[in-house]
Structure formats: structure tokens, C-alpha cells
Design a protein around this ligand. Sequence first.
Ligand SMILES: Nc1ncnc2c1ncn2[C@@H]1O[C@H](COP(=O)(O)OP(=O)(O)OP(=O)(O)O)[C@@H](O)[C@H]1O
Ligand SMILES: [Mg+2]
Length: 263
Amino acid sequence: MKVLGIYNIKGGVGKTSVSVNLSYLSSLDGNRTLLWDLDPQGSSSFFYDKELCVHTSLKRIIKGKVDLSDVVTDTDYQNLDIIPSDFSYRHIENLLEQAKKSKKRIKEALKSLKDEYDYVFLDCPPGISILAENIFHACDYILIPTVPTPLCLRTYDQIISYMKDDELKSTEVIPFFSMVEVRKSVHQNLMKELALKMPNLCTTFIPFMADIEKMGIYKKPIEDFMPNSKASNSFKGLWKEIVKKNLKHTLITNTKITSASSF
Ligand SMILES: Nc1ncnc2c1ncn2[C@@H]1O[C@H](COP(=O)(O)OP(=O)(O)OP(=O)(O)O)[C@@H](O)[C@H]1O
Ligand SMILES: [Mg+2]
């Protein structure tokens, strides 16, 4: 099971849109996929029309008193489940602060699902706090949607230095550009410059497109209501690239294990 967190300190950069679309594309590939909506805004839950499907209190999840598989809800799609959020998720920071091993509660909670899913996506709220630390510890990959503006790049640097301080060496950071307006020279220039400076940057980017807003009307991932559109193809390209990075990463990790065990 691989855990992918879609995270940024900044709000409104496309985290939820990416979480909803990539989780759907993962399920279409035949992967057993779970999306955990960790944001009290409940936007992912809204897009999958599962807002009112919360089965238990968040407190019991954080305290480890309930198995996550008991709170999973199925979606309208094969291979795709969701853990919806509700407004009680606004207390998540306090609940984590009070818990034992407070930085690793999300990781612990996910352990019971390790044989159930191939990919777990975490739709994260903005901010940098104990929840962010939990996300960093729980994830194999942190996908960082980055709008090519100076402020957004500043937050990217903040995330990287924060993760270095916490010695999160096994978590791989995958930045990609989001909400790109190619006609804006600031976007164009920053993208060129940063392609050389951001290690592991995806070459695929998500353009700014009005069609992406339509997800809120249809309450579906783009590929379902606008297959093969420009919007849907950009998410497909991104997913393809992430899968490739995962394969490469897994291969490198396995090679390390093989060579170590041969001694
Ligand atoms: N590539 C895009 N082009 C145009 N609009 C987009 C794009 N991605 C997202 N949006 C729209 O921008 C708004 C914010 O997107 P989204 O909710 O995905 O961001 P977020 O980072 O999850 O926000 P938050 O931090 O509030 O959780 C939404 O109305 C969404 O429909
Ligand atoms: Mg969101």
C-alpha cells in the first residue's frame, strides 16, 4: 500500500481537485483505492456526494478505538472507497495534540488497511501544524500542487525545510505546477526557472481551466463527465507520471534491500 498526501501550506491551490481526480484515475487502472478526506471543509466528500456518510467520531479514529475499515464508505465507482470528513474534523489538531505519539496517529490508523488497498490518497487541509506532521509521517509521497507565483514558491521552500528538520527521509516529495495560466508571463518565467531548481518536479502540469470548476456541478471526477477533454487529459498525464516515479522508487528501494540482504 502506498500513501500519497496531496498537501500544501497554501489554500486554494488545487489539492482537492487533484485528490478527487487522481484517486478516480487510480481506481480506473484497477488499483484498490481509498481517498481519506482530512479537511473539515469536506470538499472531496462533496465531490463524491458522500458528505453525510460519516459513521463514527474522529476522536475514536485518532485514539485508535475504531478500525479505519469500519469507517470506509464505498463510492459509486468500482475499486474506489472514501473516508468522508465532516465538520468535526475542525477539532483534528486538538485531538492529535492530546493523543499519545501525536505525530504518528494517522500513520498508525492507516496500518490496519495495509492489505486492503494499493493506493491511499489523503486530501489535506492547508496549514502547517501537527496534522501536517502526521501527514508527512504517514505518506510515502507528498504531492505538492504549486501555483507558479512567488508566494506559492515561498511556501514550497518552507515545506522542504520543515521536512528536512523533521528528518523525514523516507518521504518522497513530488511537486507539480497547478492552475497554470500559460498566457501569464510570471507563470511562464517561473516555471522555466524552477524546472532547474525543483528536484523531482513533474513535467506534467495542470492548467487553469474553467471545466475543472464543473466538478462541483456534476459531483464527479472530470474523467467521468468529460472523458478525453483537455482537463481530464492533464490529470491523466500527471497520474501516469506519478505511477512511473513510484515504479522507479520501488525498484530502487527493492534493489537496496536485495543488495543488503546478499551480504
Ligand atoms: N486547474 C484549475 N483550473 C481552474 N480552477 C481550478 C483548478 N483547480 C481547482 N480549481 C478551482 O479552484 C478552487 C480551489 O480548488 P481546490 O478546492 O481543489 O483547492 P484546495 O487547495 O483543495 O483548496 P483548500 O485549501 O481550500 O482545500 C475550486 O473552486 C476549484 O474548482
Ligand atoms: Mg481542499
